[in-house]
Design a protein around this ligand. Structure first.
Ligand code: NAD
Length: 483
């Protein structure tokens, strides 16, 4: 696709200019960009709200998380990206080091649920590490990403370093095929699979941030009031259209009834709607409305109870009041797959063991939370969960901490963004070895000799067993004749 190819070659030229600047100068531009986002936050908030209808506080959260990451990376980049000396072991007269090289041009494909933050996160990590980036935002929310390149130039980044190409999946596929050096994909597991298959053609490395079906485990010793408030927030923030959303709650039987009562009471107080002054906004895309409606209809028809609000399942409603579901069938799409809507199924479990088993019972592994007054127990349970990140007595807050890497396992993808690891993902190690002094010929170079072979064998013994334990045998090897 010509427009995409053009964007990638422009990005390549801008990257050469960018990487030629000293790191402190590049980082100063990124700090400036954070200040520009802050000064022009109303523009960002307006774009995000126009495209998604989310409450102002949630749109501001996108700006906050974006500026946090910019400042965090400006602080840690000199250390994370520095050249690291590596010991050369038994090889004398040499030195070795590892240089963090940017990939070159990164292609990022992003979804619609955080239409400013997700593109900007990819941009922040790519350009901090010295790359250029071409972003293909969701066709449902291009405006929030479209405002970023202009602001980047205002901050001092070269023209063309940050570009946005617009369109649907065909443009995304064209970007994957356009010879970019790394693909960062955030979206559904199904599309992630296609992107990875397409990237395989060019052996292009991919980072996949995919869907989730994140569990919350409420143990019998939980602070039920905090757990109820936290889980309601985790499930219904951004109308449940968050990859880290709480998608199901596993509640130990002793506290199940009390917890259900509290959660349904809290959910019933939330105001859902399209205009300002609401807590729960609309579902952004028609496909999303269909998925939520189908999943709810399936469990309702099989006998589940939908608590709170009226749910007009005969249509595809743009706005759904928060729904708490009990009695959903095991194996239903609601429990097995991602919902990405304001729906919270509640499942009764006997004990901690059953909760862990259930929590790990889907192909996803993105996030999870555990609720207990005993932090040691909380962490012990957390360690047994198959998830890229776990909170104890908290939820969604991971994203407010830019130092935490984010990523999943299984159907939730692989690779991470944010945190030190997220910055390193935008680089590859280039290893350099310098021979500084020594002989004209290393003892292990051609031509091979019986003596050199004995030396190498002695080295195996010494390095494998350690110098003290290996010395007698190594000496025997060296004294041996006719190897
Ligand atoms: P999606 O997979 O439908 O689309 C994502 C992006 O991929 C869009 O820009 C789309 O145009 C593009 N695309 C579609 N087909 C393509 C193809 N063949 N080749 C290349 N690009 C293509 O996802 P969505 O509905 O936009 O977003 C919702 C999903 O994103 C949910 O599953 C959610 O969990 C996930 N998500 C994950 C994270 C995370 O960090 N793990 C964060 C946000 C959203």
């Amino acid at each position: 696709m010509e427009s995409v190819d053009r964007a990638v070659s422009r990005a390549r030229a801008a990257q050469a200019e960018w990487i030629a600047r000293p790191l402190p100068e590049r980082l100063a531009s990124l700090s400036r960009l954070a200040r520009i986002f802050t000064r022009r936050r109303d523009e960002v908030v307006e774009a995000v709200r126009a495209e998604t209808g989310k409450p102002k506080v949630e749109a501001l959260a996108e700006v906050l998380a974006a500026v946090e990451l910019l400042h965090h990376y400006a602080r840690i980049a000199p250390r994370v990206l520095r050249t690291v000396q590596v010991g050369t072991g038994f090889l004398a007269g040499k030195s070795a080091h590892v240089v963090r090289e940017p990939w070159g041009v990164v292609g990022a494909i992003t979804p619609w649920n955080y239409p400013f933050l997700t593109p900007q996160d990819a941009i922040t990590s790519a350009v901090t590490a010295g790359n250029a980036i071409v972003v293909k935002p969701s066709e449902f929310t291009p405006r929030s990403a479209r405002i970023i390149p202009g602001m980047s130039v205002e901050a001092g980044l070269p023209e063309g370093l940050v570009q946005v190409v617009e369109g649907d999946g065909t443009v995304g596929a064209a970007l994957v095929a356009a010879g970019v050096d790394k693909v960062v994909f955030t979206g559904s597991s199904a599309t992630g699979r296609r992107v990875m298959a397409d990237a395989a053609g060019g052996l292009t490395p991919v980072l996949l941030e995919l869907g989730g079906n994140d569990p919350a485990i409420v143990l019998e010793d939980a602070d039920l009031e905090r757990a109820a408030h936290g889980i309601v927030f985790g499930a219904f923030f951004n109308a449940g259209q968050t990859c880290l959303s709480t998608e199901r709650v596993l509640v130990v039987t002793d506290v199940y009834d009390a917890f259900l009562r509290r959660v349904t009471a809290l959910a019933a107080t939330l105001r859902a709607g399209e205009e300002g002054g609401t807590d729960v906004s609309r579902l952004v895309t028609p496909a999303q409305r269909r998925i939520v409606r189908e999943q709810l209809r399936e469990v309702r028809d099989a006998g589940a109870t939908l608590h709170t609000g009226s749910v007009p399942l005969e249509e595809e409603p743009r706005v759904i009041s928060p729904v708490v579901v009990t009695g959903a069938e095991e194996g239903s799409a609601l429990l097995r797959h991602e919902t990405f809507g304001p729906v919270l199924p509640m499942i009764r479990v006997q004990d901690e063991e059953e909760a862990i088993r259930e929590a790990n019972g889907t192909p996803y592994g993105l996030f999870a939370s555990v609720w207990t007054r005993d932090l040691v127990r909380g962490e012990r349970v957390a360690r047994r969960l198959r998830a890229g990140g776990v909170s104890v007595n908290d939820t969604l807050t991971h994203y407010a901490i830019p130092g935490l890497p984010m990523g999943g396992v299984g159907d939730s993808g692989f690779g991470v963004r944010r945190g030190e690891d997220g910055l390193r993902e935008m680089t590859r190690p280039r290893t350099v070895l310098l021979h500084r002094w020594g002989m004209k010929r290393e003892f292990y170079w051609f031509p091979y000799s019986e003596r050199a072979t004995r030396w190498v064998e002695a080295l195996v013994v010494l390095r494998g067993n350690g110098w003290i334990r290996g010395l007698p045998e190594a000496l025997r090897v060296l004294r041996r004749r006719g190897a």
